[in-house]
Design a protein around this ligand. Structure first.
Ligand SMILES: [Fe+2]
Length: 249
């Protein structure tokens, strides 16, 4: 499998490209609208055909590139069926494998950061979105977030994956790129070790995080699979402008 991890610096989002070497078909997980041109340049460089974009959840901090990719190269949009987004071509369901050539994703419903959040397991890799981050996890105070649900999603499902399964998160704010199930299970400061459900619920309730600055634009835009709002405060324009990128991607 051809595999690339791409970083979008504005929202510190990781986007993942998974390609089948035989059929040259590919899937992109969690593309960001302002990085679409970079992703298309990389696809061209790797001579891959983009068949699907797949989102882990309805993001609050950036707008998905799913719809723009569809408009530019005809890729289909896949997302958790539970979100019931009318713009989605393929609704993904828990434990129902999604295959494209030699690439097979196992969708795993992992609610808690949002109620419709999914992780995707592909061979020895797990794309954990914002359910499980390296040494952290996504917040649980918006979009029907639920700390109890997140604790169970991570401890009962993601931590049940094999020790050496690689964890590829949806974000990282400290230049970390990959972890493993064993590492997060042992030392994730929020969810690992002997952290109890009560500890975790209390910890999340006491975070007192600021209101996300882009959420009021991002969520409605993402429920339309990636539409930038017509009227957006000037300082937020940058979320919808194409980022600078090198020709090498
Ligand atoms: Fe998120």
């Amino acid at each position: 499998m051809i595999f690339r991890q791409l970083f979008e610096p504005l929202s510190s989002t990781y986007t993942y490209l998974l390609g089948c070497e035989e059929t040259v078909a590919s899937i992109i997980i969690d593309p960001v609208i302002d990085a679409v041109d970079r992703e298309l340049a990389l696809l061209a460089q790797l001579q891959l055909r983009l068949e699907y974009s797949v989102d882990t959840h309805v993001h609050a901090d950036h707008i998905t590139g799913a719809l723009v990719l569809k408009q530019k190269v005809g890729s289909k949009i896949a997302a958790p069926a539970i979100e019931r987004l009318p713009c989605v071509d393929v609704g993904l369901e828990d434990s129902r494998a999604f295959r494209l050539g030699s690439v097979e994703l196992q969708p795993m419903h992992t609610p808690g950061h949002t109620d419709g959040h999914f992780a995707y397991v592909c061979g020895g890799r797990a794309f954990t979105g914002d359910a499980l981050l390296i040494d952290g996890c996504g917040r649980t105070d918006f979009q029907n977030g639920d700390s109890t649900a997140l604790y169970r999603s991570v401890r009962e499902r993601l931590f049940a994956l094999p020790d050496d399964c690689l964890i590829y998160p949806g974000h990282d704010y400290n230049q970390r790129r990959v972890s493993t199930v064993a590492q997060e299970r042992a030392r994730n400061p929020r969810l690992g070790g002997d952290r109890t459900l009560d500890d975790f619920v209390r910890l999340m309730a006491e975070l007192n995080l600021p209101y996300p600055k882009f959420i009021d634009h991002a969520v409605p835009g993402n429920r339309r699979c990636g539409v930038c709002p017509e009227e957006m405060p000037e300082k937020l324009d940058v979320y919808c402008k194409q980022m600078e990128h090198s020709p090498q991607g």
